[in-house]
Design a protein around this ligand. Structure first.
Ligand code: SF4
Length: 714
């Protein structure tokens, strides 16, 4: 039996009995409502009625309680023994002292910015806020970023540029079901967020249509009235081609464009070059399908355009999102009832996590760290001189890539992330982690990143702590503790306070409970773009969530944005003219295929949690690579064969799964596994120049059948 199987099947820490708690799922941004109870025979979850899930949960949500008393949970800090090289249990006091002395040594030898902090899009708002403050006030380092840079940053950047504000969905999820047409680009909610499919059922019931853009004929695409399957990285050409037809057929809203936007002239000139047969050549989408899409978009009264990682995780991700925002603006839909543009946020707190300061260029309230007024306001809340707050730091991949180098980060505190699996070109990231003087990882489990750490701190899980999350709609919701953490485990907030105290900066960390931390966050966000100042725990309880901005206790919150004006200097939205450039790596003789990566129903992100849940692990125990049967035939590969996949960054192995639903020139490899099954061993870390988002979704690879001989990868 492997260690992981032993972990899955043995009893873990005892969960203390407490009353049922109405909370939300630990995983994705849909943040389905659930009730967690802790009867004597083990913790349980049931779905509860909440607007995003209406009582439904996917299999990840249903099985999430098994993580609470999982055998593999860490219940004691671990410190690496320099003699044996092994991680060994130790007490909290010694572990914290070891971390504080290590942090001091790194900063004394290499400067303040050499101590880095890496957060996550799953952290509560309170943690994201205090982690950002910890970096700027306790460590005085500019080197902080988080894994949300790998998820939503291109859509966030494009929305900020176009609308003056980034909130994933600027309307409640239910509005999608009230549209007449939805254009869904690069998302597969049937697998990744199954309860969300109800809004598409609502749409269909009302006679509305769904168009899905995806190189694979996914379960979501199969449910659509029209599926467009462009080559990976060609979505922007598709968007420009659709807008070309909308203009040509006079199906745009000129009155709205004149009244509410600027910059359309340059877009007109650009899209003039995207005539249908050219777009067909670039994307592989037949002209006829393109014309159908444009005609449906141009004649529907209420249109919602949605993008997700398939469109966004490219070196041209920001520009691609602009291409789709341009369509929504040209149709006069943004800010109109039942229409608009939205990004489907991925991580549980992907929205709140990008608003309150764990991003390298940001202060709480979605403020810019280089804005003198913002610095003065936040410094006043923190009780520090504004001049002591560091400036912007490197983005996530740049930070990771600098580790252990001269002038780079020499120590790293990781909270809520497993970068060994989730970062692009992950073998390089693992090498850089190994070169650090100090690596500290806070995690409930010994993740692949924690395995490399000098100190591991065992931290609480979602049902063991209070806090707030901001879901994909911008609705701020409560996470409520159903049970205290097991003995030996502390919350991430406790860890921040312990470390701040040990570094002699504890007096600045005065908000010692989640609610106090939230109240401090509210003050820090006051007057910012993401203004939470009117949101309280009591209000969230009473109203089942409050939409930001909410700039005062008497303010009702803002479910729908942009109805009258955009929060830009002139109140207008901006068009951006963008040209198709395609993925940085195109298939060639050595690497003749496109690789695209993504999520599957049974697993979540780096798999630290879901690979430890028996039911999920058994349903998909190892990664697969989706190949079209015609492609597989060409390479002599049969269903179930082990396949070696190579790119310019390395090689990885997965079982072949033959599937007619994928293009002949593309393979799909989910990214939830570690070791030599890591899709991110292959991915290209080239960055979008605007968002610093890596190009996870497209690189060039070769494939071959891997003989199953002794000693070969298994
Ligand atoms: Fe959890 Fe997302 Fe599944 Fe809902 S859809 S149960 S939030 S993983």
């Amino acid at each position: 039996m492997t260690t992981r199987n032993a972990e899955r099947n043995s009893p873990g820490p005892t969960v203390r009995i407490a009353g049922p708690a109405e909370t939300h799922c630990p995983y994705c941004a849909l943040q389905c409502g659930m009730t967690v109870s802790t009867p004597e025979d083990g913790p349980q979850v049931t779905g509860r009625d909440f607007p995003t899930n209406r009582g439904g949960l996917c299999r990840k949500g249903f099985t999430s309680a098994t993580l609470l008393n999982h055998r593999g949970r860490l219940t004691s800090p671990l410190v690496r023994n320099p003699g044996s090289g092994e991680l060994e249990p130790c007490d909290w006091e010694s572990a914290v002292a070891r971390i504080a002395s290590g942090m001091r040594a790194v900063q004394a030898f290499h400067g303040a910015d050499a101590m880095g902090v890496f957060g996550g899009g799953g952290l509560t708002n309170e943690k994201a806020y205090l982690l950002g403050k910890f970096a700027r006030v306790a460590l005085r380092t500019r080197s902080i970023d988080y894994n949300g840079r790998f998820c939503m940053s291109s859509a966030a950047t494009a929305s900020n540029r176009a609308f003056g504000l980034d909130r994933g969905l600027p309307f409640p999820l239910e509005d999608i079901g009230q549209a007449d047409l939805v254009l869904l680009v690069g998302a597969n909610p049937a697998e990744t967020m199954p309860p969300m499919m109800r809004v598409f059922s609502d749409l269909r019931r009302r006679g509305g249509r769904l168009i899905v853009v995806d190189p694979r004929r996914t379960a979501t695409a199969q449910s659509a009235q029209l599926h467009l399957a462009p080559a990976p990285g060609s979505d922007l050409a598709l968007a420009n081609g659709i807008l070309h037809l909308l203009v040509r057929e006079r199906m745009i809203d000129r009155e709205y464009i004149a009244r509410r936007t600027t910059g359309f002239g340059a877009v007109l000139q650009t899209v003039a070059g995207y005539w249908p047969d050219r777009v067909e050549r670039i994307t592989g989408v037949p002209e006829e399908s393109l014309r159908t899409a444009a005609s449906w978009l141009g004649t529907a009264e209420r249109v919602v355009v949605l993008t997700a990682r398939g469109a966004e995780q490219h070196a041209t991700g920001t520009e691609t999102v602009h291409g789709f925002i341009n369509i929504a603006l040209a149709l006069g839909q943004v800010g109109s009832p039942g229409g608009g543009y939205g990004c489907i946020t991925g991580q549980g707190n992907g929205q709140g996590g990008r608003e309150h300061g764990q991003k390298s260029d940001q202060l709480p309230g979605y403020r810019r760290i280089d804005d003198p007024e913002a610095r003065a306001h936040v410094a006043g809340i923190w009780g520090v001189d504004p001049d002591t707050i560091p400036g912007p730091g490197p983005s996530a991949y740049e930070l990771l890539s600098s580790m252990g180098t001269a002038g780079g980060v020499r120590g790293l505190l990781v909270m809520g992330s497993n970068v060994v699996v989730s970062a692009p070109r992950s073998s390089h990231v693992a090498e850089r982690l190994a070169a650090l003087d100090l690596l500290v990882v806070c995690d409930p489990f010994l993740s692949e990143t924690a395995e490399m750490a000098d100190v591991v701190l065992p931290t609480a899980q979602w049902a063991e702590e209070d806090g707030t999350m901001t879901n994909l709609e911008g609705r701020v919701i409560r996470r409520r503790a159903a049970t205290p953490p097991p003995d030996g485990v502390r919350t991430d907030l406790d860890v921040i306070h312990l470390l701040a105290d040990a570094l002699g900066r504890g007096r600045h960390f005065f908000s010692r409970t989640p609610e106090l931390a939230f109240n401090e966050l509210r003050r820090a966000s006051r007057g910012g773009i993401a203004d939470y100042s009117g949101i309280t725990y009591d209000r969230i309880d009473a109203e089942d969530g409050v939409f930001w901005p909410c700039p005062g206790r008497g303010h009702p919150g803002t479910p729908r944005l942009f109805t009258d004006r955009f929060p830009t200097a002139d109140g207008r939205a901006r068009f951006f003219a963008t040209e198709h450039r395609g993925p940085r790596e195109q298939p060639d003789a050595e690497f003749p295929l496109h690789l695209t990566t993504g999520r599957i129903m049974s697993h979540y992100q780096s798999g630290t949690q879901t690979r430890r849940v028996s039911e999920l692990a058994e349903s998909v125990p190892e990664p697969f690579v989706d190949l079209h049967p015609g492609l597989a035939r060409r390479y002599g590969i049969s269903d179930g064969d082990l396949v070696r996949i190579r790119s310019r960054r390395g090689e990885a192995f997965a079982r072949a799964r033959l599937d007619q639903a994928i293009r002949l020139d593309t393979v799909f490899f989910p990214f939830h596994w570690g070791g030599d099954r890591r899709a991110n061993l292959l991915t290209n870390p080239v960055l979008d120049p605007h968002s610093r988002m890596p190009e996870f979704k497209a690189c060039a690879v070769s494939i071959s059948r891997q003989p199953e001989v002794e000693g070969a990868p298994t």
